[in-house]
Design a protein around this ligand. Structure first.
Ligand code: BGC
Length: 391
């Protein structure tokens, strides 16, 4: 039994939730002293799984407050530009740039914009938040929170409808000029969940259009690819590969593509494109039991990420490959320090060891603890415990 790590993870998350409801990404890594919607949605879900509903609710309320207070600026400037009325902001959204400015990936803990140069337009987080909010309401039956959130949800759905096919930074805050398959997966999955809850046909058809786009432009060689590519048309597009080279970075896999299966269900577990994606991730990105983000990763030299290893375990729980799921759990547990802290990544078997030190010189050693790592550990652990009880 590893209840110490479970308890320590819950306490760590609880103790690092700001009074505003925001979860700091890492309390000891100054570069991560913000709250990301992406990290937050999965952290809130983990807290929900362990009955910490008040913590999750406080996060969702913080998101509502943050989005609505920061949209005021956009609303005002729109009114100046268009002479529009204040109510129903969604109807007045005109410019893609305005949406990109409003849907920030990370905010200060008290809900203000962070205007540093670092890429901040990463809409996967908004899909994750829509999914997480629906999960929370499903689990708690808190229709009061749903009522509180509806306006923000409508606004975000409207924003996504304007920008979903435009380039953005990915969930690793990179490649801002590309369209990312896993970003689209999060948006499609989140829209589908919230569309069902709100009986919103528009959100549902938007989710359908995004899925179709993924299957047309985000599939390479019978599995999902890191970037969408307009030259691809599903499996019909002949893969342009030279005999000796591997696939290009955009054609290769990224571990975040697992999200298509769990939690977003954009592809069925048995879909050969999903099976092929997971197989390529396991074979190509797992090293010594831990999972890298993608084969060309150079952030801190490109180590193995705890949260992605837990994700692979979560996927294996869903496919019923419990031995593999357990191996992922054990790997993550073994990375816990004596104080039970789980880092973002471990620095063995680096993709490019030469690039480790320059990051350390810049920002110090990799973030440790990372709340998102703890959250994914909790999620995998809960899923494994639940399956064990069913047997
Ligand atoms: C990761 C993001 C994450 C952020 C905070 C970045 O290095 O690429 O996915 O949201 O850290 O944890």
């Amino acid at each position: 039994m590893h209840d110490t790590l479970v308890d320590a993870s819950i306490s760590l998350i609880r103790n690092n939730q700001h009074a505003s409801g925001a979860y700091i990404a890492s309390p000891s890594f100054p570069t991560y002293a913000y709250c990301w919607l992406r990290d937050g949605a999965y952290i809130a879900h983990a807290m929900d799984l362990y009955g910490e509903h008040e913590s999750a609710k406080a996060f969702f309320r913080w998101v509502n407050a943050t989005i609505s207070s920061n949209r005021v600026g956009a609303e005002r400037s729109l009114r100046i530009v268009e002479g529009a009325e204040p109510e129903g902001l969604g109807r007045h959204i005109q410019s893609v740039e305005q949406v990109r400015q409003s849907l920030r990936a990370r905010w200060t803990l008290d809900g203000r914009r962070d205007d540093s140069e670092w890429p901040n337009y990463q809409p996967d987080g908004y899909g994750a938040w829509l999914w997480g909010l629906d999960e929370h309401i499903e689990r708690t039956g808190d229709l009061g929170l749903w009522e509180e959130s509806r306006e923000t949800v409508e606004y975000v759905v409207e924003c996504i409808s304007k920008v979903w096919s435009a380039p953005s930074s990915d969930c690793w805050e990179e490649y801002p000029d590309r369209v990312h398959t896993s970003t689209l997966i999060c948006m499609a999955g989140g829209l589908e969940r919230i569309g069902r809850r709100a009986h919103d046909g528009r959100a549902l058809s938007l989710a359908g259009a995004i899925k179709e786009y993924i299957l047309c432009h985000g599939v390479f060689d019978g599995r999902l690819a890191k970037f969408c590519n307009h030259e691809r048309h599903g499996d019909q597009w002949p893969p342009k590969r030279c005999a000796h080279a591997g696939p290009s970075i955009g054609d290769s896999v990224d571990a975040s593509l697992l999200w298509a299966a769990v939690p977003y269900g954009v592809l069925d577990l048995a879909d050969p494109r999903m099976v092929g994606t997971a197989m390529a991730i396991d074979r190509g990105l797992a090293r010594g039991g831990g999972v890298r983000r993608y084969a060309a990763d150079t952030y801190y030299g490109g180590g193995q990420w705890l949260l992605l290893t837990a994700w692979l375990g979560w996927y294996y729980c869903r496919t019923g490959e419990m031995g593999k799921a357990l191996a992922c759990l054990r790997w993550v547990e073994n990375e816990a320090a004596e104080d039970c802290c789980l880092p973002e990544q471990v620095s063995r078997d680096l993709v490019d060891p030469v690039l480790y030190q320059p990051w350390v010189a810049c920002w110090g050693p990799p973030a440790n603890p990372l709340l998102w790592s703890h959250a994914m550990y909790l999620i995998l652990r809960r899923e494994l415990d639940d399956r064990a009880r069913e047997v």
